[in-house]
Ligand binder design. Sequence first.
Ligand SMILES: O=C(O)COP(=O)(O)O
Ligand SMILES: [Mg+2]
Length: 221
Amino acid sequence: MVFPFNVVAFDLDGTLADTAPDLTDALNHVLGELGRPGIPAETVRNLVGHGARALLRKGLAVTGGSTEELVERGFPLFMDFYGRNICKGTAPYPGVEAAMDALAQQGVALALCTNKPESLAVQLIDALGWRGRFRSIVGGDTLPVRKPDPAPLFKAIMDAGGGRAAFVGDSITDADTARAASLPLVAVSFGFSDRPVAELGASAVIDHFDELVPALYQVKR
Ligand SMILES: O=C(O)COP(=O)(O)O
Ligand SMILES: [Mg+2]
């Protein structure tokens, strides 16, 4: 059977890898520098998905209040600390490399569409040894707009060669992006969603990456 998609685009944080430990360390480092208490990784999981500034803004909000001045003060500290510690506690989700191999064997091009700043996304993909797997990488600052605007997803797909495409993600941001792009979303149930994944309105939900290829056959359009 011919594979139903030419390009599969992936979100990064909470989809390909559990980045919460390193994001938490970086956020707590910055909060400490700004005189705030740290917050646990379980809370941080619910704050990721709208980019680094949004993470900082939400981290400040739950530890005493956020101002744009504090966000701007903290942002370079976050970029510096996280950049130096980006892959210490971060772990790929089980089966993700086998799933990427299976897609590549079908001739599918892999694209990355994350709200992480592009430089950090490239750095993390490099650290995970995945640079050769991705035909395109689009971050939250690659274009003037970020997810849930569909433009970054379209760019990631076109840069990867275009054609029939599906998106794989973990959060409401990804669901809104896929909807805006009129593309199918496969949602992962193990990511950073701040609400039950069943409520995202995804075309399919997977609990393990072994289910990705069958799910893509099922959602083909
Ligand atoms: O919020 C972020 O920094 C990135 O999150 P994403 O990879 O899930 O888009
Ligand atoms: Mg995500």
